[in-house]
Structures are given as C-alpha cells and as structure tokens.
Design a protein around this ligand. Structure first.
Ligand SMILES: Nc1ncnc2c1ncn2[C@@H]1O[C@H](COP(=O)(O)OP(=O)(O)OP(=O)(O)O)[C@@H](O)[C@H]1O
Ligand SMILES: [Mg+2]
Length: 249
C-alpha cells in the first residue's frame, strides 16, 4: 500500500531530523511508529501526507510516486490519505455534519464551496459515516459542545469522507483519558477491518500501540532501529529505541 524508501529531512537550525527512513505498510495493516519525543515521527507523517517536502527518498502509494506526482495525479494520491491529529483540528463552531462535509471542499467548485452547497448525496454520505463512528445523535451538534472522544470520532468521520486507503493518525489518543483513548483505537481497528483501510499511527502509549498494531516501526534519532511484530519488541529493543535522546542535533 505504502512504500517509504530512504526518506531524508533536515531543517535549517535543527539539522538532520530523518536520516534514512524506509519501511512498508501493507494493505489493511495497522502499523505504529514508536520512538522518543523529537525522534521525527510527526515530521515523517507530515511528509507522508504532503504537508512537508522531504530532501531525498521516495514515497510510493499503491506503486504511484507521491513526490513526483503533479496536478490531478497528486490530488488522486492525496485522496487516498486521511489524517487525524491529537488536537482534532475541527471547526469548533460548526456542526459535526458540517465538519465532515468540509472534507469535500477541495473537490468542489469555488461557488458551491463558498455557499456550502454540498448537495444531498454528500450530506447523506456524511450522516452515514457519523452514524458508523457512533455519533448518530450528534449530527447537528456544534463541535465545541462535544467531548474529546466525540471530537476525535468526528475527525475520523471527516477523514473517511473521501474514502482513504490509508489513515495517518498522529498521536490520536494523546489528549484523551485512557478509557476514551482505548475506545478510539477500537474504532480505528473497526474501520481498519470493515473498510480494509491501512492505519499508520504514532503514539506515546506503548501498551496500546502494542495491543492494536500488526506491525511496529521504532525510530530513534531519525533512523529506523526496529521493524517487526509487536511480539518481537524485547526490553533490549525498547532500550535501543528509547535509550538515546530524541534528535542528534
Ligand atoms: N518546521 C520545523 N523547523 C525546524 N525544526 C523542526 C520543524 N519541525 C520539526 N522540527 C524539529 O524536528 C525534530 C523532530 O520533531 P518531530 O515533531 O517530528 O518529533 P516527534 O517524534 O513527533 O516528537 P513528539 O513525540 O514529541 O511529538 C525536533 O527537534 C523538532 O524541533
Ligand atoms: Mg510528534
């Protein structure tokens, strides 16, 4: 589904953040990227969803190179990726339904987008996804009146609106209490299994990462120091991942 090959990234003052990162995310797999603060996880995710350019390396989504795709091809590749964040990134004053519909704005013409004319087909689809994530009774509720767990459900619904093949989840449960965090990961697993979506997550909650993932990548100082199954993550490997500081610069 996603092949990441020799990704490199430096920032002017920070220096080299990603040195040579390679891994493969298989179709329908739940993969967690783990590593200490500053290891480069968010930077990697921002490169994978096109928010940040990398300095070297190749990203292939279903065999299509991401970096070199332009125009229509680039939009087609971006459509296959949905992202959710720690702080939800929703429009607080808008309803849950409107937030999910907002995912359609890039594909709409300017007039319809400005007037918020999403049309009945998109509205019905958005309502269906909100029901799927457990928010059937919250469609018209302004997001500011929802709990953190409910907000993350809206964000997941928004990501699903464009039928992504890959869900990138950057610390999806870091702002939630342990019980709610587990419920969100259960929802991600449900989405993974019912829709066949691949999930690429990074979380500081090691216990949940191990429990929910099929595959773990350990990053330390911008390099992959572990690539394997959760069961292979021994104490010695954890020391290798978390033992050093985050970034070398
Ligand atoms: N736009 C930027 N400009 C300069 N330095 C940056 C930029 N973005 C990230 N960095 C630096 O890159 C390094 C890696 O940051 P990143 O956010 O990717 O780490 P992380 O693994 O996600 O950490 P955390 O677990 O705390 O979220 C840090 O030293 C950070 O300061
Ligand atoms: Mg981060």
């Amino acid at each position: 589904m996603l092949q990441v090959q020799h990704i490199q990234k430096s920032f002017p003052r920070t220096g080299e953040v990603l040195k040579d990162v390679s891994f493969t995310l298989k179709d329908g797999e739940f993969l967690s990227v783990i590593g200490p603060s500053g290891a480069g996880k968010t930077t990697l995710f921002r490169i994978l969803n096109g928010m940040e350019a990398c300095d070297g390396g190749t990203i292939l989504y279903a065999g299509v190179p991401f970096e070199s795709a332009r125009g229509r091809d680039k939009r087609a590749v971006q459509r296959t990726i949905g992202t959710i964040y720690q702080d939800f990134c929703l429009v607080e004053v808008s309803s849950a339904l409107k937030n999910v519909l907002n995912a359609c704005l890039p594909e709409m013409n300017t007039g319809a987008a400005l007037l918020g004319r999403f049309g009945p087909v998109r509205r019905e689809k958005a309502a269906g996804i909100l029901r799927e994530v457990g928010l059937a009774d919250k469609l018209d509720e302004p997001v500011k009146r929802l709990s953190g767990g409910q907000k993350q459900r809206v964000a997941i619904a928004r990501a699903l609106m464009r039928d992504p093949a890959v869900l990138l989840a950057d610390e999806p449960v870091a702002s939630l209490d342990p019980v709610t965090g587990r419920q969100i990961l259960e929802l991600l697993r449900q989405v993974q299994q019912s829709r066949g979506v691949s999930v690429l997550m990074n979380s500081h909650n090691l216990e949940l990462s191990l429990e929910f993932s099929d595959h773990i990548i350990g990053i330390s100082r911008g390099q992959v120091v572990f690539d394997g199954a959760p069961g292979d993550l021994t104490e010695e490997v954890l020391e290798r991942i978390y033992g050093g500081a985050g970034v070398s610069a």
